[in-house]
Structure formats: structure tokens, C-alpha cells
Design a binder for this molecule. Structure first.
Ligand code: NAD
Ligand code: MG
Length: 395
């Protein structure tokens, strides 16, 4: 398609934090962008509100029991949006309802739709990092074979994508190292013992970014950065020992790429995901995103960096170990973490149990080669069972 044509966008996870940022950018460019498919998990009222505002051709609610309410609400609003349950999503994404997919469902639940977009050769704006952690090789292969362009919508990976000017991997051997920056989360500077009794409210109160509950807890444990190391490995084709992490409390430098000639490029900007989404929606052109430019003096005039503390935050170490172990280890890491974080959010387990439960699952379920989706799905299911049982046992 030409640069002047209309891009038709499916927003998966439309009612979430990334989904609403994506729709904000899309609505700024009615001449270039249109939301044609909106998909959400359970919240019919929120999805209906988005349908009234964006008038998509299709609305998908994952929870089939909510389909009649969605259909009724669309009729009451006199919209000609077609209502679907979640089982229709992959076919919709694969067909001609969209050319671009914002994959912003949270967790491993996002994998089937992300794979469908990759196989169908769509432009894939990939926020759902868990699908890369769980099935990175399969997903990258599907994108390659399907001719899909992946634009990472994680601020760090989007920064690296920009520094590499959209090159998908480092086949050239020109990159020596990448460094992911991390805010450090709400508990930066604290030691492990002091984290025993932190509350859900404290854990989700991120100092720099406004995000959904699961990724906010992941940021507080530093598992988010661990998942991002694995994500970076798949997206940019680098081994774990050429991926570094630096804590940068200002969250203005979004990541750095070091080249073999000694140059380091970084991308800077205010912490607002609309910039990354605009990069994905407009690439290779730049689009106005609603985010102001960076005034370094107004932001305090300082950029600070420190090493991560893996004693207080062992999840980061566990993720590096799972990446090095390979096979099903990252799938086990991700599944155990999803279950542990969900239990923490429901106040069924404590904050320090999150790394303990993940480590326990990795020890109990040693990695096997992960050559197909079935093997990965089985590892994911076993790790969920194992971790649920461990939580029930300790409760
Ligand atoms: P969120 O909790 O705010 O939103 C999640 C969305 O997924 C909601 O719309 C929910 O309805 C939908 N959903 C959940 N289960 C579903 C299912 N089974 N089928 C269909 N839809 C389902 O989460 P978020 O913060 O927007 O994060 C979404 C993804 O983006 C996560 O993978 C996260 O790691 C990643 N991400 C988010 C940010 C951020 O700033 N929020 C930054 C980087 C990466
Ligand atoms: Mg990130």
C-alpha cells in the first residue's frame, strides 16, 4: 500500500492501558488511520463506549457469555458494528478486516491472536511481550514466513527499533550490545527484607508509567525487565550475554544500542506509550502522537544510571537463567509468574512469594527442547498447575 492510503487497525486489548493509548493516536489521524476491529476480555460497557466513539466494523468480546450484551448494546446505539465472541478473533485478524494489529492483550492469552497476525503477514505492533517470552522462536519464524513486520511496542524495544532504523535483526553483526533501561519500579533502593509486607497498592503505584496491574507488579519485582531481556533476544537476535540492564530512575532514556565502532545510540522521550504506538502506526514516517517533546531542564536536568539489584529483585536473574537454559524454561518462567502475580493481586500470596514461586517452578520443571507449540503449551499448563498447587499448599 502507498504511504497515503488508510491503515486499518485491529486493537486487541482495546479497553486496556495500551489499547486506549493506541486509540488516542489513531483518533488524531482520521485521514490515515482507522480502528476497524476492537477486542476486549470481559468489560462489555467499556468496549461499547469505545465502539460508540470509534465506530469499528467489528467488536470482539473474549468472554462468550457477554456476547448477547455486546450485541444488544450495539443495537441500542444504532451502530452497524458486528459483534463476535473470542473464538472468531483469529479469523478476523487473518482476513481483510485489518492490515495492522495492535497486540495488547495481557499475558499468554495473547499468543494465538499474535501468531495469527504474524502468519497473515500483518503489520504487528507487539505489546504483548508474554507471547515472545513463551514462543519467541515460533512467533519470529511465523512473522518471517508470513511476511509480517513486527514493530515492538515496549518502550525499550521500540527505542532499539528506532536506533536500528527498523532493521529486524542484527544479521549484519554491527551491533555489539544493547542495554535496556529500567525505572527500578516503586521499590528501587530497598533491600529484600523490607519487601516482605508491601501491599498491592504500593506495588502497582509505578513512579513513571501508568500501566495495567499485571505489568505494574512485574515492574515492581523487575520481572518485567527479565521478560524484556528475553523479548529483546528474540526481536534483535542477540544472546543474553550481549543484553544488559541499567536502572535509570528518570525513565527518559528508553534504551541504548552499542555498535562495533564504539558508537552508542539512544532514544529519549517522555514516558508515554503513545510515542511508541505512533512509531508503529506511522513507520517509516513520523506521526504526531499527542506527546510533548522532551525538555531535559524541565525534567530536572539529570540522567542517572545504576546497576540493578538482583539480590532484592531475583526475578531479573531468574529470567536471564531461563533464557540461558532455553527450551521450555522461558515458558515456565512466564506461566509461573502470571499465576503468582495474579495470586498477589488477589491477596492470596505475598510479594516475595513471586520470585520464590517462579524459582520453584523452574526447578520442578526442567527445560526440554521446545520445537512446537504443543510442547510450549504443555510446559505453560504444567507450570500453571504446579504454581497454583504451591500457592494452595502455603495458604
Ligand atoms: P491492561 O490490563 O491495561 O489491558 C489488558 C487488555 O487485555 C484489556 O483490554 C483486557 O480486556 C484484554 N484482555 C485480557 N484478557 C483477554 C483475553 N483473553 N482476550 C482478549 N482480551 C483480553 O494491560 P496493559 O498495561 O495495556 O498491557 C497489555 C500488554 O502490553 C501486556 O502484555 C503488557 O506487558 C504490554 N505492555 C504494556 C505497557 C504499558 O505501558 N501499559 C508497556 C509495555 C508493554
Ligand atoms: Mg518496557
Amino acid at each position: 500500500s502507498t504511504s497515503s492510503s488508510l491503515r486499518e487497525v485491529a486493537v486487541l486489548g482495546a479497553t486496556g492501558s495500551i489499547g486506549s493509548s493506541a486509540l488516542d493516536v489513531i483518533a488524531r489521524h482520521p485521514d490515515r488511520l482507522r480502528a476497524t476491529v476492537l477486542a476486549a476480555g470481559r468489560n462489555v460497557e467499556a468496549l461499547l463506549e469505545l465502539c460508540r466513539r470509534h465506530r469499528p466494523r467489528h467488536a470482539v468480546i473474549a468472554d462468550g457469555k457477554a456476547l448477547p450484551a455486546l450485541r444488544e448494546g450495539l443495537r441500542a446505539a444504532a451502530l452497524d458494528t458486528q459483534a463476535h465472541a473470542g473464538d472468531a478473533l483469529d479469523a478476523l485478524i487473518s482476513g481483510d478486516a485489518c492490515d495492522t494489529v495492535v497486540a495488547a492483550i495481557v499475558g499468554a492469552a495473547g499468543l494465538p491472536s499474535t501468531l495469527a497476525a504474524a502468519r497473515a503477514g500483518k503489520r504487528l505492533l507487539l505489546a504483548n511481550k508474554e507471547s515472545l517470552v513463551l514462543a519467541g522462536e515460533l512467533l519470529m519464524r511465523a512473522a518471517h514466513e508470513g511476511g509480517a513486520t513486527i514493530v515492538p511496542i515496549d518502550s525499550e524495544h521500540n527505542a532499539i527499533f528506532q536506533c536500528l532504523q527498523g532493521r529486524q535483526d542484527d544479521g549484519s553483526g554491527e551491533v555489539s550490545r544493547i542495554t535496556l533501561t529500567a525505572s527500578g519500579g516503586p521499590f528501587r533502593g530497598r533491600d529484600r527484607a523490607s519487601l516482605a509486607n508491601v501491599t498491592v497498592e504500593q506495588a502497582v503505584a509505578h513512579p513513571k508509567w501508568s500501566m495495567g496491574p499485571k505489568i505494574s507488579v512485574d515492574s515492581a519485582t523487575l520481572m518485567n525487565k527479565g521478560l524484556e531481556v528475553i523479548e529483546a533476544h528474540h526481536l534483535f537476535g542477540l544472546p543474553g550475554d550481549r543484553i544488559g540492564v541499567l536502572v535509570h530512575p528518570q525513565s527518559l532514556v528508553h534504551s541504548l544500542v552499542e555498535f562495533i565502532d564504539g558508537s552508542t545510540l539512544a532514544q529519549l522521550g517522555l514516558p508515554d506509550m503513545r510515542t511508541a504506538l505512533a512509531v508503529g502506526l506511522g513507520w517509516p514516517r513520523r506521526l504526531e502522537s499527542g506527546v510533548a517533546g522532551l525538555d531535559l531542564l524541565a525534567e530536572g536536568g539529570r540522567l542517572e544510571f545504576e546497576p540493578p539489584d538482583t539480590d532484592a529483585f531475583p526475578c531479573l536473574r531468574l529470567a536471564f537463567e531461563a533464557l540461558a537454559a532455553g527450551g521450555t524454561a522461558p515458558a515456565v518462567l512466564n506461566a509461573a509468574n502470571e499465576v503468582a502475580v495474579s495470586a498477589f493481586l488477589q491477596r492470596r500470596t505475598g510479594f516475595l512469594s513471586i520470585p520464590a514461586l517462579v524459582e520453584d517452578a523452574l526447578e520442578a520443571l526442567p527445560p526440554v527442547a521446545a520445537d512446537c507449540l504443543d510442547t510450549l503449551a504443555e510446559a505453560d499448563a504444567r507450570a500453571r498447575c504446579h504454581t497454583e498447587a504451591a500457592i494452595a499448599h502455603h495458604a
